[in-house]
Design a protein around this ligand. Structure first.
Ligand code: GSH
Length: 105
């Protein structure tokens, strides 16, 4: 089953949770206690050397960064409905991923 490491006050974790729900995928939510510094412990740094949530584990795939995870999930499970392959529509999706990570955040 897909595992998502995150924290409930993390907007980047929320983005991934929301998309997993929209895709109707089963997943296990694993809270990383940011307040206790669990994201800087060796066990978590082995998943993401940046020491940040979210991190997605899907079988052999371990992936950090909300935008990268959204792209992975869209292509792996959502098909063209969520992530088109044509140049301009794809660029428009990336534009809004970038805006969400930048200006909106
Ligand atoms: N580029 C990353 C940034 C992730 C990020 O900033 N995560 C925050 C929580 S929203 C975090 O783990 N902060 C703890 C830290 O940086 O020490 C993404 O978009 O997922």
């Amino acid at each position: 089953m897909i595992q998502l490491y995150g924290h409930e006050v993390s907007g980047n974790s929320y983005k991934v949770r929301l998309f997993l729900e929209l895709l109707g995928l089963d997943y296990e939510w694993l809270k990383v206690d940011l307040m206790q510094g669990a994201h800087k412990a060796p066990k978590f740094l082995a998943l993401n050397p940046f020491g940040q949530v979210p991190v997605l584990v899907d079988g052999e795939v371990t992936l950090a960064d909300a935008q990268a995870i959204l792209v992975y999930l869209a292509r792996q499970y959502g098909g063209d409905a969520w992530l088109p392959t044509e140049a301009l529509p794809l660029a428009q999706v990336v534009r809004w991923l970038s805006t969400a990570a930048g200006e909106v955040r």
